[in-house]
Design a protein around this ligand. Structure first.
Ligand code: G3D
Ligand code: MG
Length: 198
């Protein structure tokens, strides 16, 4: 009873904190996206692109958006590191999947990785933001093309919110809009509310 009361109290009076897992293949631009998020929402200088090295551990960025705290976890995307993602599933309120929209040779691999994520019971109903990144690069698929190729059409009656956006992480384009969508969606997401009060 007491824990129920405390959960309700926290829900009403505390600033919500949401954890967002940034995933996708290596080289998609995940760390560049996180650096831009920190720049846009915390006013921090981004690391110069040459200083962003392949992620082996975990990069964390905490930002405050319209009264909600979002903590972004950027985990390494190399094949050998993907098994570590599972450790974060249970505590993730949202998922940010980054795709290199110009790397058509690896689209199938990215599609399979996303399919496995969405089939994981631990991530059921999780709000999903997809960045079709590298829109500046020659031959990049548009967000609509990515949506079609990945079969990302919000199913009727599905409780999983989805949003696909085109981004150019190295210039910070599209990031702000996507992160605001995520913050807004997390506020009312049944999964996020369950994790907050649970
Ligand atoms: P990752 O964390 O998903 O592995 P990174 O990806 O953020 O490390 O980025 C991988 C490479 O893609 C980097 O190039 C980075 O500058 C580049 N990149 C990220 N976003 C964009 C983008 O929007 N457009 C373009 N053209 N490149 C991008 P390097 O050469 O430093 O390895
Ligand atoms: Mg990285």
């Amino acid at each position: 009873m007491f824990s129920l009361f405390m959960g309700f109290y926290r829900y009403l009076f505390q600033k919500h904190q949401f954890q967002v897992l940034i995933v996708g293949l290596d080289y998609a631009g995940k760390t560049s996206v996180l650096e831009q998020i920190k720049t846009i929402f915390c006013g921090m200088e981004p690391l110069p692109p040459g200083k962003i090295t392949p992620t082996i551990g975990l990069n964390i960025g905490k930002v405050s958006i319209d009264g909600a705290n979002l903590v972004f976890w950027d985990v390494g995307g190399a094949r050998s590191l993907r098994s570590l993602w599972e450790r974060y599933y249970g505590e993730a309120h949202g998922l940010l999947f980054v795709i290199d929209a110009a790397d058509t040779a690896r689209l199938e691999e990215a599609r399979e990785v996303l399919r496995q994520l969405l089939n994981n019971a631990e991530l059921a109903g999780i709000p999903l933001l997809v960045f079709a990144n590298k829109q500046d690069a020659a031959g990049a698929l548009t967000p609509h093309e990515v949506q079609a190729r990945f079969g990302l059409h919000h199913a009727e009656g599905s409780s999983q919110p989805q949003h696909v956006l085109g981004t150019t992480a190295i210039r910070g384009e599209g990031i702000d809009e996507g992160v605001r969508w995520l913050a807004e969606t997390l506020r009312t997401s049944p999964r996020a509310l369950a994790l907050q009060t649970g």
